[in-house]
Design a protein around this ligand. Structure first.
Ligand code: HOZ
Length: 429
């Protein structure tokens, strides 16, 4: 598959933007390819400037759960844009979105809208530190919570892809305030907290890890964290930027029946426009300015376009059977991929929860970052490349999630499985 126009654009882009991109993983360095430059997307398909169309499993890294350019989302945006794009003032729309979020997400008695997942998490951490009057936070190796300083410690996602889990520029004194444990390791978390009595402000966790590839929580892990944090007066923060309205309508916390103190959202709740949100217990959220002293503000917070796209998306997700449908699509895809790998004699681990999955190129079950790192990334890169050439657009890193949408039909999933058969087969001599 040729990409002459993408190649020209990429060369030019590299003279203007670091690595030619606005987010590192998009540069395709881990897969040694030129990234296709995208012109448009519709349903589950994405179209590049070179005239190729792909079945899209990136879905803008999660937000496009109802498919690209869904007519109801587009119409909501058209209506909103006619009334102006930003006011920097309260709006009826943002009250509606807050109401939808508070009703859907069990832990959210109150919510604050922001403009990205990074901003949501950064603000939730500040609130946790202020509320507990403690500084230390615990996160998980390979967990990614955006690029705020406190959280770029042993981080996953692009940081893992590029082997930069601890970024230069993060002051050592600040990094020291972040402790890390292996994901799914309750006892390691307990040891960290018990060794520092009264010092840990919060444990932050992706309830289904999505940024070291998909890693589900083992039975008892999240329940254990809930009990442990409560016992030690630390807050439990769920980063549901990926899993919110994805794992179920009420997120992973509804799926597993665990109520954290604070929850961070993003992606789906903006329907593909920049948005984030954090919320939780009323007594905590009332400490945010202007109700309380913890400062946080934003010119584009509650932006009417983002809120309109988010509301339209959430309305589509509130219909019956949506999550059963997503589960069925995910099950079909993962079963087909597992068969295809087996037929080719390639060892993989497919971790899936509903409509997100990762194919790890390893024979070791993946339960944390260390086991995710046993993957053969060279095999992943070759598999990725064959899939791209066959018209399947996957996340260009072993350590990311594949996202299905309601727009993926059985036909496209079957085509993906057929492409995977050939891609796996190309890996064996
Ligand atoms: N690493 C980010 C997703 N987990 C990438 C986001 C992007 O490049 O858009």
């Amino acid at each position: 598959m040729d990409h002459p126009k993408s190649r020209t654009l990429f060369l030019h882009a590299q003279t203007l933007m670091p690595g030619g991109v606005n987010s590192p993983v998009r540069a395709y360095r881990a897969v040694n390819r030129i990234p296709p430059f995208i012109l448009r997307a519709k349903g589950c398909r994405i179209y590049d400037v070179d005239g190729h169309s792909y079945i899209d499993y990136v879905g803008s890294w999660g937000p496009m759960i109802v498919g690209h350019a869904h007519p109801q989302v587009v119409n909501a945006l058209k209506r909103a844009v006619n009334h102006g794009t930003s006011y920097g003032a309260p709006t009826p729309l943002e009250v509606r979105l807050a109401e939808v979020l508070v009703r859907a997400v069990p832990s959210m008695a109150m919510v604050r809208l922001v403009s990205s997942g990074t901003e949501a998490v950064m603000s939730a951490i500040r609130l946790a530190r202020a509320a507990t009057k403690r500084d230390l936070i615990v996160k998980y190796d390979g967990g990614y919570h955006g690029h705020a300083d406190s959280l770029l410690v042993k981080a996953g996602s692009g940081a893992a892809t590029f082997g930069l889990p601890d970024s230069p520029g993060v002051p050592a004194d600040l990094a020291k305030q972040t402790l890390t444990a292996p994901y799914n390791d309750l006892e390691a978390t307990r040891r960290l907290i018990e060794a520092r009595p009264g010092a840990v402000a919060a444990v932050i966790v992706e309830p289904i890890a999505g940024n070291m590839g998909v890693v589900p929580p083992e039975p008892g892990f999240l329940q254990g964290l809930r009990a442990l944090t409560a016992e030690h007066g630390a807050l439990l923060i769920f980063d549901e930027v990926i899993t919110g309205f994805r794992a179920s309508y009420g997120g992973a916390q509804s799926l597993y029946g665990i109520t954290p103190d604070l929850t961070c959202l993003g992606k789906i709740i903006g329907g593909g426009l920049p948005v984030g949100a954090y919320g939780g217990r009323r007594d905590l959220m009332e400490q945010i300015a202007p109700s309380g002293p913890v400062y946080q503000a934003g010119t584009l917070s509650g932006n009417p376009l983002a809120v309109s796209a988010g509301l339209a998306t959430l309305k589509l997700l509130a219909k019956p059977q949506v999550y059963e449908t997503l589960e069925a699509k995910g099950a079909m895809l993962s079963a087909g991929l597992a068969d295809a790998a087996k037929a080719a004699g390639v060892s993989v681990q497919i971790n899936r929860v509903g409509s997100v999955l990762t194919v790890f190129f390893t024979s070791t079950p993946v339960r944390d970052y260390a086991t995710a790192k046993t993957s053969d990334t060279a095999h992943f890169a070759r598999f990725f490349s064959s899939m791209l050439d066959a018209g399947v657009y996957l996340p260009p890193s072993q350590y990311e999630a594949w996202f299905l949408s309601l727009a993926h039909t059985e036909r496209e999933i079957q085509r993906t499985i057929n492409a995977a058969r050939a891609a796996f087969a190309s890996l064996t001599p």
